[in-house]
Ligand binder design. Structure first.
Ligand SMILES: CC(C)(COP(=O)(O)OP(=O)(O)OC[C@H]1O[C@@H](n2cnc3c(N)ncnc32)[C@H](O)[C@@H]1OP(=O)(O)O)[C@@H](O)C(=O)NCCC(=O)NCCS
Length: 175
């Protein structure tokens, strides 16, 4: 594996929309709870990156990292800077995704390390996130220094389209 992790500009992200859409869709199809419910078409996945992510990248209140394995996009994560004047020290992690074929190789940990280093450089000293309780992401975040603030029951519908509502765990890390 030849792993390269870097932030993408808005223009670079635009060029990666099909790959980002495929990554998101594959993760949801494999059961990831990241905002979407099956059935979930490729065009809906691509629309998420175009409509919900690109504007923030262009505005400068969001950063996106991509992990490439020999040129192929295999992972991503974002950091959204809190914009309210009373939270200028805070930022939120979102959409940590690693290709199902490339898991347990340290890609998510490397993405998080890059994100935390940049957050510190940007003067953000409180990093928050939430994840479905009990998912693989929870031990990942714990191993990256995040502590559990608490759990919210019935937070999100299950990604498989069933009526189950899953709890989310809110976590935070000081830098
Ligand atoms: C969660 C996710 C990003 C982890 O990606 P990954 O590249 O496989 O994670 P890493 O290899 O960097 O793992 C780092 C550490 O996280 C923990 N971890 C990762 N996957 C785990 C799993 N399936 N079970 C238990 N612990 C896990 C371990 O502590 C691991 O360290 P180790 O391998 O030395 O034991 C990946 O499983 C994924 O994309 N899931 C679907 C999307 C999702 O749920 N994202 C989180 C949204 S909040």
């Amino acid at each position: 594996m030849s792993l390269a992790i870097r932030t993408l500009s808005a223009a670079e992200t635009e060029a990666q929309i099909p790959a980002l859409g495929t990554l998101l869709r594959n993760c949801v199809a494999q059961g990831a709870s990241v905002g979407f419910v099956m059935p979930f078409a490729q065009r809906e996945a691509e629309a998420f990156w175009t409509q919900a992510v690109l504007p923030g990248l262009r505005a400068g209140d969001r950063l996106l990292w991509a992990a490439f394995d020999t040129g192929t996009l295999v992972g991503t994560v974002q950091l959204a800077f809190a914009t309210m004047p009373n939270q200028s020290h805070r930022a939120e992690v979102s959409k940590m995704l690693v290709s199902p074929a490339c898991r347990r190789r340290g890609i998510a940990r490397a993405l998080m390390q890059a994100l935390l280093a940049r957050a510190a450089e940007e003067g953000r000293s409180l990093i928050t996130l939430d994840t479905r309780s009990g998912d693989a992401a929870q031990p990942l975040y714990a191993s990256c220094g995040f502590a559990v603030a608490g759990e919210i029951p019935g937070y999100a519908l299950a990604p498989d389209g069933s009526p189950r509502r899953d709890p989310t765990t809110v976590m935070y890390r000081s830098l």
